[in-house]
Design a protein around this ligand. Structure first.
Ligand SMILES: [Zn+2]
Ligand SMILES: [Zn+2]
Length: 340
């Protein structure tokens, strides 16, 4: 057995004041007793990375990599395991939030992407993390598809795993993009009737292929004769929140609304609709580790895969990927391949 080196050096990609992505070399102490060194393989690009691109931090939070070293107290993983990384990375392990699986609310020793340990993330050749929130990837899911499941996948899984969405329900998905194209697949494989709402008719074919049974554009919604009161659960996956008055007539009584992205605007629904028709709006932010593992197992069993465009993990590769995301051209998730 070789001795564990006293220092680790790796290449990483950081944000900067101007928003340009900068390649950098990071040297840090060897891993601690309860830490894991990962050799990253791939990382997705998510809207949240764009938010942090103006900060001097290592970026990336939907990664997949191979365990290279484990600290002496790590029991849950071994060298060679292939694991996924999301935006929740740890917690104290003892507070009420950690004990119930909601580590991202940890108040004692939180470790979330973008707010803690800015030298480690998944846009890098390596990262150092506690084992707490590392998920073993089922062997049938190729690495290039695993990253996006760790953020986009677990986000759209939330309404299905944490609420009363049932197979006989009609699930409405607003937006066919990085989140929406996964939401359609998960809901349809759960047996739900999936109805897609898109700004553009160009995604109709793809939506049906992914498992939708109905497809409407914004124009359709305004037409006379449009169905009413038929959507039991509305999953809003667009980065900008919609005009809620357009969707109110579509919602069934006692239905549920799930805004799945964070945006600066308010959620405004008429009180007449909300109270009179007993409609519930849910704020859901992250999956517990149990739910992440269930999502991965479900994705493996039903062959749910993100549709990806692959880019090199380099300054120019990241620039290209971000350009396509900003331009709304991505079909549907960018994945960066680590170059060694
Ligand atoms: Zn994300
Ligand atoms: Zn805690």
């Amino acid at each position: 057995m070789g001795s564990i080196p006293t220092q680790i050096t790796y290449t990483a990609f950081k944000g900067s004041k101007s928003g340009a992505i900068v390649e950098t070399e990071i040297t840090r102490d060897a891993i601690g007793p309860n830490e894991v060194l990962l050799e990253n393989q791939y990382s997705g690009l998510c809207g949240t990375d764009e938010h942090f691109a103006h900060n001097d931090i290592v970026l990336g939070h939907e990664g997949v990599g191979i365990v290279k070293e484990i600290g002496r107290d790590v029991k849950s993983l071994k060298v060679g395991d292939r694991v996924g990384v999301g935006f929740v990375r740890g917690g104290c392990g003892y507070c009420t939030s950690c004990l119930t699986g909601y580590n991202w609310f940890c108040t004692e020793s939180p470790n979330n992407y973008g707010s803690h340990d800015h030298n480690t993330a998944t846009w890098s050749t390596h990262c150092v993390l506690p084992p707490t929130r590392l998920a073993k990837i089922p062997s049938s899911i190729p690495s290039e598809f695993a990253g996006p499941l760790m953020c986009a996948g677990q986000t759209v899984w939330l309404p299905l795993a944490r609420t009363d969405v049932r197979p006989w329900h009609t699930v409405g998905v607003v937006g066919v993009g990085g989140l929406g194209h996964l939401a359609i697949q998960f809901a349809s494989k759960m047996g739900c009737n999936v109805v897609v709402f898109s700004g553009t008719a160009s995604k109709r074919e793809e939506a049906f292929k992914l498992g939708a049974s109905e497809f409407y554009t914004a124009e359709d919604l305004g037409k006379e004769g449009m169905k009413r009161h038929f959507v039991d659960n509305l999953l809003v996956t667009t980065s900008q929140l919609p005009d809620w008055s357009v969707y109110e007539p579509l919602l069934s009584n006692q239905s549920h609304i799930f805004p799945l992205t964070i945006s600066a605007s308010d959620i405004s629904i008429s009180a007449m609709t909300l109270v009179g028709r007993e409609i519930t709006t849910h704020g859901l932010c992250a999956s517990t580790m149990t739910q992440v593992n269930q999502m991965l197992e479900f994705a493996a069993r039903h062959k749910i895969r993100p549709m990806i465009e692959e880019f090199e993990m380099s300054e120019s590769g990241i620039r290209d990927a971000m350009g396509r995301l900003e331009g709304g051209k991505l079909r549907y998730r960018a994945v960066l391949r680590v170059v060694r």
